[in-house]
Write a protein that binds this ligand. Structure first.
Ligand code: AMP
Length: 210
């Protein structure tokens, strides 16, 4: 299964990607997580990406395209993969296509903007492994620690309200056109994001079977 998860920031792509990848035993690849790790490690790529991420803008396409081509060439992707947060522009989608990377389905998780703003204010992420939590919808056992690795849970800098509005604007302008791009290729399935994580998961699996 080669899958793309599409949707606004905070729609639940990362959470669903974690669940699906475990059920299907395929890797979930989040360019956001890869970039945040690069920023944390102070690599050249991280230094270039930081200002874009902090201001809610997209990192330039050529950086993303090289990250994704390199990652998808790794052996663990041979049986399938889930792309979370990539592609985010038509240029990125075209590059994936041109590289001969086949995609089976694109699941678009729809959540209204006002709900996104509410959700992102409760999001917490593990500073160590990138796992995603929510204070109400997906709390960790200890509110300060990651259930998976024990890492510290933090609020992402780009989840601050002013940056969230910019990210939503960027989503509507640059990422939403991907719905038409993949609908035209017969690959798009749309799922309404639910309040409960498990309810969205059930809809995603139903959509994948269709
Ligand atoms: P995410 O964790 O997917 O919400 O991504 C966080 C930030 O990383 C985004 O707001 C962008 O600045 C950057 N980013 C992640 N993935 C991409 C992508 N595919 N294209 C451009 N920028 C990206």
């Amino acid at each position: 299964m080669r899958l793309i998860l599409l949707g606004a920031p905070g729609a639940g792509k990362g959470t669903q990607a974690e669940i699906i990848c475990e059920k299907l035993s395929i890797p979930a690849i989040s360019t956001g997580n890869i970039l945040r790790k690069a920023v944390k490690n102070g690599t050249e790529m991280g230094k270039k990406a930081k200002a874009f991420i902090d201001s809610g803008k997209l990192v330039p396409d050529e950086v993303i395209i090289s990250i994704i081509k390199e990652r998808l060439a790794e052996p663990d992707c041979a049986r399938g993969f889930i792309l979370d947060g990539v592609p985010r522009t038509v240029v990125q989608a075209e590059a994936i296509e041109k590289a001969g990377i086949e995609i089976d389905k694109v699941v678009d998780i729809e959540v209204p903007d006002d709900e996104i703003v509410k959700r992102l204010s409760g999001r917490r992420v593990c500073a160590s492994c990138g796992a995603s939590y929510h204070t109400v919808y997906k709390p960790s056992a200890d509110p300060t620690k990651c259930d998976r690795c024990g890492g510290e849970l933090i609020v992402r800098k780009d989840d601050e309200p002013s940056t969230v509005l910019e990210r939503l604007a960027v989503y509507h302008e640059q990422t939403e056109p991907l719905k038409d791009f993949y609908a035209a290729r017969g690959k798009l399935v749309v799922v309404e994001g639910q309040e409960q994580v498990a309810d969205t998961t059930a809809l995603v699996f139903k959509a994948l079977e269709a």
